[in-house]
Design a protein around this ligand. Sequence first.
Ligand SMILES: Nc1nc2c(ncn2[C@@H]2O[C@H](COP(=O)(O)OP(=O)(O)OP(=O)(O)O)[C@@H](O)[C@H]2O)c(=O)[nH]1
Length: 257
Amino acid sequence: MSNTPPFSTVRLRDLQLTTAHALVAQTSGGSHTLEGKTPTEYLQALIDGLCELSLRDALTGLPNRRHMQAVLDSEIDRVARSGEAALLLLLDIDHFKKINDSHGHGVGDQVLQSIAATLHGCLRPMDTVARWGGEEFAIVLPACQVAFGRVVAERVRRAIEATPVHISPGLTLRVTISIGGAFALQWIRSTAQLWVERADAELYRAKAAGRNCVHIEEQPDSTVSAEEKSMLFGTPYTPSGWNDLPLPPPPPAHSAY
Ligand SMILES: Nc1nc2c(ncn2[C@@H]2O[C@H](COP(=O)(O)OP(=O)(O)OP(=O)(O)O)[C@@H](O)[C@H]2O)c(=O)[nH]1
């Protein structure tokens, strides 16, 4: 019977630097030089590296779904507070199974990498593009005016359509994507999950409409009066401005005292 202790995962939050240092030294037979760093620096770099890895998709190098989930949570919060527009796009490669079936999984992987690079290249630095899973990608565009949502999504769709994927000297593939999009609801507390569901419903419509097209949800009327905004965020509302606190009543002109 083996004496090996049962496998247990390490919770990064509970990792003590001294314990981790001992483990690193033990694993390397005590000969590890720590690359000129102190044990604390070395382990901090190691932990940073692990955290970075846990947020990236290994195949495409893009942020992964876990990373995107955090972006969605913070963005929906920002939109609810600021009333600024933000667009979520969900993208799905059309007939991707056929590519895998006809050319093999390795070629399918190359297509995913090529699409990731094209997407990365056609967005602003403030936008986040992630591999959402399988043959799906997600893009969050903060500060994207409603009037420009469709234009941006169309630009992304056309960039993919116009970029041939060179697999080998004798094989070049052309791929298309379908895109569904939804804006975060302004001045309304909602959840990232509902936001994703709304974009996903539009993606479904794009597929049903024949693929290689864009469907963006009509903006629901979420017009909120200034007074309602002040009730939502607890900021006293005055007609002259957000931060003008109501003045106290003036003292009586001729006080009896
Ligand atoms: N090569 C490769 N294929 C993947 C990966 N993840 C998911 N897939 C494949 O993606 C394909 C998705 O197929 P479907 O869901 O039928 O979608 P589709 O063929 O793109 O059809 P539509 O979306 O309806 O246009 C399946 O064949 C999966 O095996 C991956 O990481 N690499």
